[in-house]
Design a protein around this ligand. Sequence first.
Ligand code: ATP
Ligand code: MG
Length: 327
Amino acid sequence: MNETMLSGILDAMEDGVAVFDLEGTALFCNAAACALLHVAQGEFRCLRDMPDEVRAFFGGVRSGSSETIELYGQAVRLHYQDLRENGMRTGAVLILTDLGQQQRADRIRHEFTANVSHELKTPLTSISGYAEMIENGMAKDADIRTFAERIRRESNRMLLLVSDIITLSELDERALEEQAETVDLFVIAEKTVETLKSAAMVRGVTVQLFGGQVMVHGIPVLLSELVYNLLDNAIRYNRDNGTVSVRVADQTLTVRDTGIGIPKHHQNRIFERFYRVDKSRSKATGGTGLGLAIVKHICEQHHALLTLKSAEGIGTEITVRFPADHA
Ligand SMILES: Nc1ncnc2c1ncn2[C@@H]1O[C@H](COP(=O)(O)OP(=O)(O)OP(=O)(O)O)[C@@H](O)[C@H]1O
Ligand SMILES: [Mg+2]
């Protein structure tokens, strides 16, 4: 491995790495370290150029010690390690970890868990309520059927939610990457249109498929999931007698509908987990707000570019552009 490769690898790291010789002259500083220290790469030449908080940490620390400091308003963990060659101390390595990023990730995870618990608790409460009324004999014979229907509906909502959560957690595991192959996106779109045909018919929505073969490198189940979620939304948030067009051409999938559209100020939030523009409407149709979060995640995994155009009362167009397939 040559020096360019090595510095390329170090620059790709999330942690900051800075290396000094015994005089305190900087030998190397990767991109993340420069960003955390607020210096341009190649700009700082020695320890003296470091912020006071970092210099204070260096004064008299032993190899292997760590400390958390605040650097330009961010929580940063510093870790110091001796650099040794043939047992001789030749310099020092400083590792900087941005704890802010970790805290943000923790917060998102926490919010997600809270949302999941809430979304599961609501249907469970009503299921248990209806069951209890039947059990206590409080439900009249005529009600029992209605209650059973509500129990089934709420259970179905929970099943959908649970399967969405499973998909999301599988996506996080990345293990699926091994299943990537070259697939025809058009064939996937065709199958998905077929699957959702009856749902569209029930809503009086016409679905049209255009285009032709587009080969992409990807994971078939996830690509199906992606098309399914976009098409499902285009049908669900459509108007009566509306249309949906699905186009597969030029490495791109486009799903366009003539539906209710998405107000401007919601547009950059709908890809967040559990985000719904109109909670009551999407709840009535069984939505949990995970569909587009899954779509976004799948796009990222496939290095595909996701764009949204929407106008309230006119319709929505979502495009997913895949990188050219080199397989
Ligand atoms: N094609 C569309 N037209 C209008 N609004 C849309 C469209 N697609 C999504 N939305 C809005 O974005 C929100 C988030 O969509 P998303 O698919 O993530 O969740 P959902 O459809 O509510 O539930 P599900 O998890 O079942 O997909 C929806 O609740 C809806 O308000
Ligand atoms: Mg959806």
